[in-house]
Design a protein around this ligand. Structure first.
Ligand code: PGA
Length: 254
């Protein structure tokens, strides 16, 4: 059975004190209230990573992830953070290609492919984000856009490396807008993504890849989204900034 993963991406929110308080509360609520098997991932800004990884050492199902990494190994890249540095903080996951990074920092698929390689080289699981803009959906180009995003950043990998990748489908029009894709819309794209992975790597590999949905996931819509056969968890923004709403989304996953 493939892994279910619920991840909270804080984006550029929470100072050190606020962040540690949030994890301390949420990790205990989840431990006390959730009996399921999903892996939980806190994805704070870089400054929190090391302290949060230490806090979570005694919580077997809870992990920490970074929001980005450099495609370079080390060197004169002022302001960048490498995957070796991230790994040394006790981190297990790295978000790659979030739409905000594609949009505001011009990250493109070829560059993201290098970041994926940098993660895998240091045993970090990339959470690779893909998804169409509103304009692309209205022009009925969403499948084409997603196929290109997945193909160009992931399909150079061998099957064993591909198995370390988590995919997150995040329609850009649903991120931070309060508009969620309907369960049917999300399931349709998730099945499509699994299908293109199956065409490339075979069904056995595709069936093991975790595909998360992201875009205005809330306690009110999580259970319905999670009931779809190809939705294996969520990448949550806004609702991950409060322990109660994050825990309630986690509890919606069997
Ligand atoms: P949102 O963000 O839940 O606030 O829509 C999702 C994301 O950007 O991962």
């Amino acid at each position: 059975m493939r892994k279910k993963i619920i991840a909270g991406n804080w984006k550029m929110n929470k100072n050190l004190e606020e962040g540690l308080a949030l994890v301390s509360e949420a990790s205990n609520m989840i431990k006390d209230e959730y009996n399921g098997n999903a892996k939980i991932v806190f994805i704070p800004p870089f400054i929190h990573l090391n302290a949060i990884a230490k806090m979570l050492e005694s919580y077997p199902n809870q992990f920490v992830g970074a929001q980005n990494c450099s495609n370079h190994e080390s060197g004169a890249y002022t302001g960048e953070i490498s995957t070796t540095m991230i790994k040394s903080c006790g981190v297990n996951y790295v978000v790659i290609g979030h739409s905000e990074r594609r949009q505001y920092f011009n990250e493109h698929n070829q560059w993201l492919a290098q970041k994926i390689d940098a993660c895998l080289k240091h045993q970090l699981s990339p959470i690779y984000c893909c998804g169409e803009t509103l304009e692309e959906r209205e022009a009925n180009k969403h499948f084409e856009v997603i196929e290109k995003q997945i193909g160009e950043a992931l399909f150079h990998l061998h099957a064993d490396a591909m198995l370390q990748v988590v995919v997150a489908y995040e329609p850009v029009w649903a991120i931070g807008t309060g508009k969620t894709a309907s369960t049917a819309q999300a399931q349709e794209v998730h099945a499509f993504i699994r299908g293109i992975i199956a065409n490339k790597y075979g069904k056995e590999v595709a069936d093991q890849i975790t595909i998360q949905y992201g875009g205005s996931v809330k306690p009110e819509n999580a259970a319905e989204l999670f009931s779809a056969p190809d939705i294996d968890g969520a990448l949550i923004g806004g609702a991950a900034l409060q322990s109660r709403s994050f825990t309630d989304i986690v509890k919606a996953m069997e």
